[in-house]
Design a protein around this ligand. Structure first.
Ligand SMILES: Nc1ncnc2c1ncn2[C@@H]1O[C@H](COP(=O)(O)OP(=O)(O)O)[C@@H](O)[C@H]1O
Ligand SMILES: N[C@@H](CC(=O)OP(=O)(O)O)C(=O)O
Length: 458
């Protein structure tokens, strides 16, 4: 059995859904179908999930949501009409959305999650109805019925471990297809929680592990994972095989084609992932697997950049000798619910690289005040606005001069990295550059990875 997930771009219109249905019908082992909410139909369009975020804001502001509800439902009506569905699924969805607006929630974030989850919830119902209408043995199955329980916060939910024992009890009937909404499930108290954005990939991965799938197929709008983001580099090299850890690093650092958190369940279960294109389903796509034959691959598998970081720089003599220095610092961060991404340090200096989304001007002031009071640094500075660039490859360190060549390529492009972290990961080199130079850094390193001297297959 295969778990097969379709992203929003694959489900944006009735015509796209027709391709999806053909793909499911083409292979009887494609029995577990995970769907996202309808995505963008063109570059200027708005994803249904984003419209639902706006709807949540309207409800919170006490505005009349009727017009926006109709805009959202129009996306589903188009799909329903494309297939000539007579049972008015959309009318039921309208009632459901109106009820949601009247319900009560433990907090604003819970309300927002409950609304944003509806894109997937409604789409899975519609897709199952369309499939049944076309004569397929298909039904909607909710994450609750499958036994998935979540913990954590709305918008950053985590799967509860005991979900897997329940999932293992779920029996698929021979020949049936189940359609499962991605992106959300419920916590033990019955509240809707969503994963991080792009989290339908996570649902697919949980199902692949919990239902012991032979393969997790992830259908999107590109035929491959490329060695660089195609929005940054024109026609980048396609990658045929990636290891789990290569994809983890690259997905984290900007390869949005697959959610970085989504790799964890499939890694735990040793299930391969196949990234494929709904618009070109015969292309073999990229396989993400536990290992690959490094000899036949480039030293640099891929290069990615992620914007939105701030650093907290501290200068303090004898950091290396002061027992518990870092502990005190991290306790202050923990008090404000802030985690860090990287922590390069020296004998008298330490830099914490932090995701800007966790910081407000007020939190920064509070952290700085507490650090000054408890740790007495000689210098404390917030350094805003830079990007992390990750250069990744199983064979990255097989060539002793590769890091030097990367630095030369960056220098030639007029880019001076402020932090270089080599060795923390066996397959990655992390650099920080100013946000405005992130794309140029990716292009320069990608060009180097294409040069004959840097290719491994020699
Ligand atoms: N290295 C990469 N290789 C392929 N696609 C990438 C890469 N980096 C970023 N992307 C982007 O990921 C997109 C697909 O992911 P996403 O928009 O989440 O699709 P879906 O709607 O299927 O969930 C591609 O259209 C592409 O722009
Ligand atoms: N619809 C959700 C979840 C998701 O995974 O979507 P997509 O598969 O279109 O990236 C989002 O926009 O975040």
């Amino acid at each position: 059995m295969k778990v097969i997930k379709f992203g929003g771009s694959s489900l944006a219109t009735g015509a796209q859904l027709a391709k999806v249905i053909k793909i499911v019908q083409a292979d009887p082992t494609r029995q577990v179908v995970v769907v996202s909410a309808p995505g963008k139909r063109d570059k200027t369009d708005v994803k249904v999930t984003d419209l639902l975020g706006q709807l949540a804001d309207q409800v919170l502001a006490g505005k009349d949501p009727a017009a926006l509800i109709e805009t959202i439902l129009a996306r589903y009506t188009e799909i329903q009409q494309h297939f000539g569905l007579t049972d008015d699924v959309v009318a039921r969805l309208r009632q459901h959305l109106q009820q949601l607006a009247k319900a009560t929630y433990p907090g604003v974030d819970y309300l927002r999650s409950a609304f944003m989850a509806q894109g997937e919830h409604m789409n899975a119902q519609l897709v199952a109805a369309v499939m049944a209408h076309l004569g397929m043995n298909a039904r909607f199955v909710s994450p609750k019925a499958l036994g998935i329980t979540l913990t954590g916060k709305p918008g950053a939910a985590l799967v509860a471990d005991d979900s897997y024992a329940r999932l293992a009890q779920f029996t698929l009937q021979p020949g049936e297809v189940i359609v499962v909404p991605g992106f959300y499930a419920y916590d033990a108290a019955g509240n809707v929680l969503t994963f991080a954005r792009g989290g339908s990939d996570i649902t697919g991965s949980i199902l692949a592990k919990g239902l012991s799938a032979d393969l997790y197929e992830n259908f999107t709008d590109v035929s491959w994972v490329y060695a660089a983001d195609p929005k940054i580099v024109d026609h980048p090299r396609a990658i045929s095989t990636l290891t789990y850890r290569e994809m983890r690093e690259l997905a984290y650092a900007g390869f949005s084609v697959f959610n970085d958190e989504a790799l964890i369940p499939v890694i735990e279960a040793g299930i391969r992932v196949n990234i494929k294109n709904t618009n070109a389903p015969d292309d073999p796509g990229t396989i993400i697997a536990p290992t690959k034959n490094v000899q036949h691959h480039h030293h640099i598998t891929g290069v990615a950049a992620k914007k939105g970081f701030t650093a907290l720089y501290l200068h303090h003599y004898l950091i290396n000798q002061e027992v518990g220095f870092t502990l005190k610092l991290l306790q202050i961060l923990a008090k404000y619910g802030v985690s860090y991404e990287h922590m390069p340090s020296g004998i008298d200096d330490l830099t914490l690289i932090i995701d800007e989304n966790q910081l407000t001007p007020q939190i920064k002031d509070q952290i700085a005040a507490e650090v000054r009071a408890q740790i007495h640094p000689d210098e404390l500075e917030w350094l805003p606005d830079f990007a992390i660039v990750m250069v990744v490859g199983e064979g990255l360190y097989a060539r002793p001069d590769l890091v030097a060549r990367i630095m030369v390529a960056l220098a030639d492009a007029g880019i001076e990295p402020s932090v270089i972290n080599q060795g923390a990961s066996k397959i990655g080199l992390m650099l920080t550059v100013p946000t405005a130079k992130a794309a140029a850094a990716v292009s320069a390193i990608y060009a180097l990875s294409c040069s004959k001297q840097s290719a491994a297959a020699k």
